[in-house]
Design a protein around this ligand. Sequence first.
Ligand code: PEP
Ligand code: MG
Length: 586
Amino acid sequence: MKEHLKEHRFKGFPVSEGIAIGAPFFLTQDEKQIPEFPITIGEVDDEIARYRKALFSSREDLKRLQFDLVHEGSTDVITIIDTHIQMLDDPMMTTQMEEKIRQRLHNTESVFHSVMSDYKTRFSRLSDAFFQQRLIDVMDLAKRILGHLCPNERVSIADIPFNSVVFAQELIPSYSAAAHVSRVSAFVTHGGGGNSHAALIARAKGIPYVSCVDISAIREVVFQCVIVDGQTGDVIANPLPETLAKYQQRKTSLKTSMQILQKEFQYDAETIDGFPVRVYANIGHPNDLDSLSQAGADGIGLFRTEYLFFQSEAHVLSEESQYLAYIELLQKVNGAPVVIRVFDVGGDKSPEFYTANSKVDSTVLGCRGIRYLIRNPGIFKIQLRALLRAAVHGDVRILLPLISDICELIQVRQFIAEVGDELKSKGEPFKEAIPLGCMIEVPSAVLICDLLAKHCDFFSIGTNDLVQYTLGIDRANPMMSDSCYPAHPSVVRMIKMVVTEARRLNRPVSICGEIASNPLFIPLLLGLGASDFSCSPRYIPQVKRAIRQYSLLSAYDLAQRVLQLSSSVEVSHVLLEQNALSNTID
Ligand code: PEP
Ligand code: MG
């Protein structure tokens, strides 16, 4: 029996902040009828060809999605889509499936559907969060492949009505990735924790999200309007006029404070006692930025060129296309410094193009970053040529990822000299002396940063990888996304070591990992001696605001206090306490 027009409140788990007021949209993920019929041995090859085509189209979908996400600035989401792309090469999806089609002699979609259902039954029994996440990913990908095998039965979240609050039992990552902010105003689900891939995507897009809500109970209510509070986890169906008015007011004031915060981009980043700080932008594509002044950035602190390469196929390696992309960026920054990191392939950034072509292992502990480039001088030298030529048109600095040994730096300098000779012999204009920097992302680089300084001109501390390699935590594993980890005393000490050494040896150093955008960490980093930060343009206003809330002296005191602490929990606690205090004073 359905009830009408009574306010109904449901409590869930807040996953992504923000308030939404919209119309409900129930994502039915009911299994559609999959056609099933026997095939003859003579038809097997055609069925397998159809299956391969579906895999190919799914890969194309995912690449397109990845491209859109890069343009939206949701670079954090790329790894999730990468996982799905990699799964397309999993034997379960390739050779084993083809074998099953041969053995069972049934049409491809029915065989595929039955294999996936068996998989689901087996994995649903395992309560371990890792396997649960893997199951969600496989099922998400299976839906996509099935969609290509039975094109008439596809459901697209991209086409749902504007201002919809999407209700679903489970939110699969590709749904949240494909959601347009204008159409999806919030997500409410039964399953899915704060660290699920879909949650990370929702947060990256700024879509409020509440999980752990009883969707079947909510389905019993007839309602046209629903409120979702991503701060408290409240979901209110059919809100009473006074509830609606209250939330409308809260939504407006939240929007106003966001707008006020956005204005911070135009102010100088300066501590209360006048210490100037530089805030640079991290970008993945020249389009991530309309202009530096609009972003409020002092320059580009990190251009992750690998995302540029992911977008295209084989021609990505053309010197000319890279050269034009760098020039485009240099024109936008009007003479400001641009730190261009050479192709950081591998680990969580593994475009199958490169791995398939070069047959190298590119896992997190394998041939990634500078190791990959040194072993693939063909690819590396093309990029260096494009960079040396582009540097004639602006203040270009070259950054090397995952440096762990001086030999790597010496080898890169040798490549640069060779590329310079080639350009000279061709009569191409290029800049000879380009500043060369090392990313500090592994403990070995921290410990030899004084030695590295003899061969490089600047440092950039990549705390995402530094945390991963110091604590042995896979950064791509959602179960390992506890915000405490970057606050580990070992990481704090390492940052202090690098900043202190860099200062002693007169080498500029910037912090470019995620913690550089987190207001909790800003006073600590300032107190440890950091004066250059680089973060996604979206976070520059909040970083500037955090800088303006502290004096250098108070930041120094905080850092001294933190350096005495012995666990990440203690450090996090102190940082939270400090943040609460500064917000009260503010
Ligand atoms: C880092 O590791 O902190 C970093 C900035 O590089 P990326 O996130 O691109 O690996
Ligand atoms: Mg890194």
